[in-house]
Design a binder for this molecule. Structure first.
Ligand code: FES
Length: 89
């Protein structure tokens, strides 16, 4: 039997919910890591795989990883003004 003693007043420690969300369990890659890589310039899942290992084993995380990439880059998409689109047509 192991007894763990906690010293000090633990009531002063604020409760912090777990914020780490794992996208790739095979390689232990979190959503935050994917966001950081995307913000550093990664635009494709294949590049994300090379940089982090996401999807390189079972592949069940690829859809979620792709969604995170799209969220990061979708949020930065600047819509083109309509006059530019009319000249392109
Ligand atoms: S969960 Fe990502 S490769 Fe298996």
């Amino acid at each position: 039997m192991t007894i763990i003693l906690i010293h000090g007043d633990t009531r002063r420690v604020p409760y912090r919910p777990a914020t780490t969300v794992y996208v790739c369990l095979c390689h232990g890659v979190t959503e935050r890591q994917i966001r950081e890589v995307a913000e550093a310039g990664c635009h494709s899942v294949s590049e994300l795989t090379m940089r982090t290992g996401v999807g390189a084993n079972c592949g069940s995380c690829l859809d979620a990883a792709s969604e995170v990439l799209a969220q990061v880059h979708g949020a930065r998409t600047v819509p083109l003004p309509l006059p530019v689109l009319s000249h392109a047509a």
